[in-house]
Structure formats: C-alpha cells, structure tokens
Design a protein around this ligand. Structure first.
Ligand code: SAH
Length: 250
C-alpha cells in the first residue's frame, strides 16, 4: 500500500470512528453535528491530492465546498456513520453517491466560476449539486428516478441550496429551456456522449462525463468546446458509474 493511500485509509477509518451512530439521542444533536463537522474537515484534508490524476494542485474553493456540505444528510440513516470516508455509498433505488475525491475531481475539471450556469445529469442524492452550489450562479439538475428527484429537491431546499433546481426526466435530452450551459456534469456512465448535451454546451464550455459500457471499462472524459464551437476530448481516469439509462422511472 502506498503511504498516501495508507494515510487516506487511516483518516477515513478515524473519521468513521468519530462519527456517532445514526440512532443517537436527539438531546445529543449539537454534539453530533460538531462531530460530523470534524469528520468533514478531516475528509477534506485527506483528499487534498484529488487532482493528482491530472497533475494539478487541488483548488481551495473546491475543498472548501466539500468541507461545507453535510454529506451525512445526503445518505440514508444506515450509511451516515460512514458518510465522511472516501468511498461511494448506496443512496437507495440501486443508485450510489460517488466518493468525495471523485466529486472533487469532477467539480475541479469543470473550472467553476461564480457566474456560471451548470447542468447536472443524474441528481441522485443532490450531493454533487450541493458541492457545486456555492461555486457557481446556478445549477440545473435532472434525475430520471422520480422518488430520488423529489427527495433531492426537498433536501436541497431544506438545506438552503436555493440556486439549485431539480427536475424529473431523462437528462440525455439536456434542459433546452435553460441552455446553453457554461458547464455540464454527467454523473452516470453514458455509452456515448449525448448529442443534445454537446449542443447545449456554450463555446468555451466544459463537459465532464463518464463514457463506456455499463459492465466496466468506463473512462471519465473532459470535453471542451472552443470559441468556434469545435469540441475536443481528453481522457482523465478510469471510473465506474451506474449506467445512464433512458427509462424514466415514476
Ligand atoms: N450525482 C449524484 C450521484 C449520481 S448516481 C449524487 O451526488 O448523489 C447516478 C444517477 O443518475 C442516478 O440517480 C440515476 O438514477 C441517474 N440517471 C441515470 N440515467 C439518467 C438519465 N438518463 N437522466 C437523468 N438521470 C439519470
């Protein structure tokens, strides 16, 4: 095991141990929140090398966003104790929330700026949208599984992420009414880059998308569109995401 990985594992385990069980008494709530906040700070410290796959340094603003979003409130109660370890977790409906270091890398690849309007395909729990929220002007997020879309919309509103709008539907088609976008982030593995999403990307815009077969061999890709509207792509890292489906589930 490489030292950096050993350190990350140690911190993840420490963070997990620090986090109280989900069935803690209500009277302990402030204490519990403090411990979650500590675990969250440790997590942010443990993933400062998240941009190593692209030979870049971490963006402090991205790390600050990770430190600010209460990931334990985006996972089911049974997963809360593990919510500040750097690995993916189930969120119900056979879907998963990505590991924080990958959320950080994907956010970084978008190069979010304060005035940006971003489209996310695959809202899931709403965690990735919440991480983007403080970094940009607006996030539009589409989720194909209705209960997940509804829960994420409620959660984001309750937690005060007022610049995020969630819609239930097939994100393959994008969100034409709000296009074009400065950035598009797809958090489900697509067999190919959906044409409507390319069309809805602004000149100068960036798209981050896992592409490849559902049974393995996906690659995270960064697609950039130049001022003349020509696109080019760069392979970033091998990844494993749940598939981008075309079946709208009610
Ligand atoms: N970004 C999420 C995790 C995404 S998991 C988070 O931070 O929690 C991938 C999600 O993509 C799943 O919720 C899945 O239902 C959704 N999905 C799959 N195909 C889709 C499509 N065509 N349009 C919109 N969402 C889709």
């Amino acid at each position: 095991m490489k030292p950096v990985h050993a350190l990350r594992l140690l911190i993840a385990l420490t963070a997990t141990a620090l986090v109280p069980q989900a069935h803690a008494q209500r009277a302990d709530a402030p204490d519990e929140e403090r411990r979650f906040a500590r675990a969250r700070a440790l997590l942010a410290e443990s993933i400062t090398d998240y941009a190593r796959p692209i030979d870049e340094r971490a963006d402090r603003k991205v790390l600050a966003a990770i430190r600010s979003v209460p990931r334990h409130l985006f996972v089911p109660p049974a997963q809360q104790a593990e919510s500040y370890a750097d690995y993916p977790l189930p969120i119900g409906e056979d879907q998963t929330i990505s590991q924080p270091s990958l959320v950080a890398l994907m956010t970084h690849l978008l190069r979010p700026r304060p005035g940006d309007v971003i489209l996310e395909v695959g809202t899931g729990s709403g965690y990735q949208a919440a991480v983007l929220s403080p970094l940009v002007a607006r996030v539009y997020s589409i989720e194909i599984v209705e209960p997940l879309a509804r829960q994420a919309a409620e959660r984001l509103q309750r937690l005060g992420y007022a610049n995020v709008e969630v819609r239930h539907g097939d994100g393959y088609a994008g969100w034409p009414e709000q296009a074009p976008f400065d950035g598009i982030i797809v958090t489900a593995g697509a067999p190919h880059v959906p044409r409507p999403l390319l069309d809805q990307l602004k000149p100068g815009g960036r798209m981050v998308i896992p592409v490849g077969p559902a049974d393995g061999g996906q690659r995270l890709k960064l697609i950039t569109k130049n001022a003349k509207g020509r696109t080019s792509e760069r392979m970033i890292v091998p990844v494993r995401f749940v598939p981008l489906t075309r079946k709208v589930r009610g």
